[in-house]
Design a protein around this ligand. Structure first.
Ligand SMILES: Nc1ncnc2c1ncn2[C@@H]1O[C@H](COP(=O)(O)OP(=O)(O)OP(=O)(O)O)[C@@H](O)[C@H]1O
Ligand SMILES: [Mg+2]
Length: 354
């Protein structure tokens, strides 16, 4: 079965989407067949893969109409119509969209994916009284798992919006693992507390929903046990190969808060990987649990990367296209990012193995 990993933080703009794409590519580099799933109505992940010109409203619409690719659109429609996942798989002949990496595939987003929010929230709250909607929450992960199985996917990465609606609740609580991208500032520190409260609330809500509807926890697709594998601190300015002092202070504070507030709560509901396992995986680095990686600012490489629908570390010298010192600095940075993302992907594989 494909391993599913959510990239989630309800703080916006912390690199959830960028990390889904980069980590997906790096896992694909390791020979893992990877599916990145765009569950955000902003469709940024879809934009990265298709190229930004393709994502103007009209053009995205044309993409849905003219291509026989599988997208979130028919999935959302099937879920709302109450189509069974099996029936959906038998009738939808859409293929997974390829990317520039032959092991990496995209399930493109849908601007109205948030329609699911209201539907799922209603069914989670009152479903025991309305049999027609009680299957919607479980059918979302079921369809995604069936798609993964039909395509022999090893890893599915879910790119979520920063909302705390029903869609994200089900995506997160049904996934096997989750990663919290974060950036070194006060707002992200604030977000740790509310992230903890939300996950605890979601856990209780799913537990009650399963009981009220007498779903068998062993076979129900929302396992309610997503395991936190760590935070990725992003976008700091480096100095001497480590975060500059002002960023380091925020990084340390956020880590301490995750450690003292989020992790103990997650432990109480079985939603975190063991600390010793992470410590083992971080051996020989400057990182401490529950940091999974630290990613400095991409600077000007990001602009080229977005234009070419490739991660910064996959850019060739030709793609970078500068001369002299600028080229030298940029290719050097590219190589550092390549090593960093390779290490991150290897760590993720180790941490998600039993
Ligand atoms: N390490 C980085 N260095 C520089 N820029 C970055 C880095 N990571 C992400 N960015 C940029 O920061 C912006 C926000 O990133 P991204 O869209 O991935 O965040 P997000 O968490 O998915 O946002 P949202 O909450 O809106 O979905 C983008 O313009 C992206 O290119
Ligand atoms: Mg995003």
């Amino acid at each position: 079965m494909a391993k599913s990993i959510c990239l989630f933080n309800h703080k916006g703009g912390v690199s959830k989407t960028t990390t889904a794409f980069n980590l997906g590519w790096s896992l694909a580099d390791m020979g893992k067949k990877t599916l990145i799933v765009d569950l955000d109505s902003q469709c940024n992940l879809t934009g990265i893969v298709l190229g930004f010109e393709a994502v103007g409203d009209d053009k995205l619409d044309a993409f849905y109409k003219s291509r026989d690719n599988l997208t979130m659109k028919p999935i959302v429609e099937a879920l709302i119509d109450g189509t069974a996942p099996r029936t959906f798989m038998e009738t939808d002949k859409g293929k997974l969209l390829s990317t520039k990496h032959n092991n990496l595939f995209l399930l493109p987003g849908y601007i109205n994916v948030a329609d699911l929010d209201a539907q799922i929230s209603v069914s989670l709250k009152i479903a025991s009284g309305i049999p027609a909607t009680r299957n919607i929450p479980g059918n979302l992960p079921k369809i995604l798992q069936e798609i993964a199985a039909a395509n022999k996917i090893d890893y599915m990465l879910y790119d979520l919006s920063p909302n705390v609606g029903g869609l994200n609740e089900v995506a997160l609580m049904s996934s096997d693992y989750f990663i919290v991208p974060t950036s070194p500032d006060y707002f992200c520190l604030q977000a740790v507390g509310s992230l903890e409260k939300n996950i605890m609330k979601w856990h209780r809500e799913i537990e009650r929903f399963r009981e009220d509807n007498q779903f068998d926890p062993a076979s129900f697709p929302i396992k309610n046990r997503p395991k936190f594998i760590g935070a990725i601190q992003q976008r700091y300015r480096p100095r001497n190969e480590r975060p500059a002092k002002s960023f380091r202070e925020w990084i340390d504070l956020i880590r301490e808060n995750i450690d003292s507030k989020l992790v103990p709560s997650l432990e109480s509901i079985g939603c975190v990987i063991p600390r010793a396992k992470l410590e083992q995986a971080l051996k020989g680095t400057n990182l401490k649990p529950y940091d999974l990686e630290q990613v400095p600012d991409f600077n000007s490489l990001i602009a080229i990367s977005q234009k070419l629908s490739k991660p910064i570390f996959a850019l060739t010298d030709e793609d970078i296209g500068q001369v002299g010192n600028i080229q030298e600095t940029m290719t050097e940075n590219r190589d550092k990012f390549a090593a960093l993302f390779k290490e991150l992907a290897q760590r993720v594989v180790v941490l998600t193995s039993h």
